[in-house]
Design a protein around this ligand. Structure first.
Ligand code: G3P
Ligand code: MG
Length: 248
């Protein structure tokens, strides 16, 4: 098995984490998985955006948790990318579920760590709402819940134990006690940054019995090497260029 995850949709063709980007990835024949980043606003609405701050990928700036949804819902999330996408807005989690249903896609839901003084309460709200909203996903579509944040993955194990869970690591934060962290939140999947990943490290993780995915892999030669090492999947910005490596 080798799985290709459309990382934030297909950012090589449309602005990341927009409906246009998810649609672009979903339209590639053979791509069955979308990865998306879920964040929460001050008034507890789930929106899809990678950064804590609106600055890089919208025409607004400021921390997402300091805004109510109504204040940011009209922000353009595509003008920075190109004129063609200037009408794109921050997708809600509901809208992505609808799109996933329409295209029969599986989803890897990355829960973004919540910053600010109300972070823990908002974290609870985020996981609870993700769980409720996933009830609307067609039953034959698969879900993985993932995060860099151990608290969020642990909460997912308590609130929605039916979904498989993944813990994400930067190369620099991959620790010798990685297995304890995964076991604490009952995660069977490890999603690791590509930088500094060696065949030896892949073997160590695979021999311990975990599923291993690597992000963000945009060169097919590297993707092929990782597949040969026994990696289970990759997150890529170029889903269309990787689809030939996909194996069920
Ligand atoms: O879930 C894999 C990958 O998306 C993690 O990193 O920063 O792109 O969300 P990031
Ligand atoms: Mg992500």
């Amino acid at each position: 098995m080798f799985t290709i995850y459309g990382h934030r949709g297909m950012p090589s063709k449309a602005p990341e984490n927009t409906l246009a980007s998810f649609k672009a990835a979903a339209e590639v024949e053979g791509i069955k998985w979308l990865e998306l980043d879920v964040a929460i606003t001050k008034d507890e609405q789930l929106v899809i955006i990678h950064d804590d701050d609106l600055e890089r990928t919208t025409d607004m700036s400021g921390e997402i948790t300091t805004f109510n949804y109504d204040e940011i819902k009209s922000a353009s999330t595509g003008a920075w990318y190109s004129e063609k996408f200037k009408e794109e807005k921050l997708p809600t989690f509901d809208e992505v579920i609808e799109l996933a249903n329409a295209f029969d896609m599986n989803i890897n839901v990355e829960l973004k760590g919540v910053s600010g003084p109300n972070g823990l309460a908002l974290s609870h709200s985020m996981v609870k709402q993700v769980s409720e909203k996933l009830q609307n996903l067609n039953k034959d579509q698969q879900v993985v819940i993932s995060s860099f944040n151990v608290i969020l993955v642990k909460l997912a194990s308590e609130i929605m134990p039916q979904y498989r869970r993944g813990l994400i690591f930067h190369a620099s934060s991959f620790r010798r006690d990685w297995q304890s962290l995964l076991d604490y939140c009952e995660a069977e999947i490890l999603n690791i940054e590509d930088a500094q990943l060696t065949e030896e490290k892949v073997k160590l993780i695979k021999e311990a019995g975990y599923e291993l995915n690597v992000w963000t892999v945009n060169k097919s030669t590297r993707a092929n090497q990782l597949a040969n090492w026994g990696v289970d999947g990759i997150f890529t910005n170029n889903a269309d260029k990787m689809v030939h490596l996909s194996k069920a």
